[in-house]
Design a protein around this ligand. Sequence first.
Ligand code: 8X3
Length: 248
Amino acid sequence: MSTRRTAVVTGASSGIGAATARALAAEGLHVLCAARRTDRIQALAEEIGGVAVPCDVTDPASVAGLREVVGDVLHVLVNNAGGAFGSAPVESADPAQWKAMYDVNVLGVLHVTQALLPALRASGDGLIVNVGSTAGRVAYETGAGYTAAKHAEKVVTETLRLELVGEPIRISEVAPGMVHTEEFSLVRFGGDQAKADAVYAGVPDPLVAEDVADAIAWVATRPAHVNIDELVIKPRAQAAQHKVHRVT
Ligand code: 8X3
């Protein structure tokens, strides 16, 4: 029997997810790259010697398909699929966007975790890393739909750690602040590139996806008795959510 550890990374088609798949593969893990965009995950899987698994984490039937591919044993699950949709104040926010955010950031974690817990348990040394956010720790204007979802995800992570104590499964949250990825802000602002660019304008060095992936890979390579409960990671230029150094 192979002793190689296996990992599932959701949202592996871009940004932090793709970088995490690469980082875990570089650590010797066999990585299943799960996401909706098949062409992207196929290219990634080919690059890292992993497996592409088309999967929409908000769809239980699709997640059941992921479970089939995983099989009986899994060592690491990175619940990374997520995102922010819209940037309106509470008074005028679109409830459909809030539902979509809850769906992917919270229920997506629930579906995938429920499906893969038996395989994580069977490994004898399972690890779940939920990719949270500094948005799960503070409030900010026009962000309530996303911050509410990320606060919820944080609480799910904490609850799971309580419920599974005594089992051979570790539960971690890696919570990034400002990360400049290709898509996060673009998606949040509905494709408005100027608005997306303004988020990072003048910030000397926002984090990049590889910085967060590096942290996740570190969490995933601690000895089995070491549980990193939470790891908040921000660029040096971001002292707090609103306190960002910008060079003009
Ligand atoms: C992303 C961080 O600052 O956009 O999870 O809320 S922020």
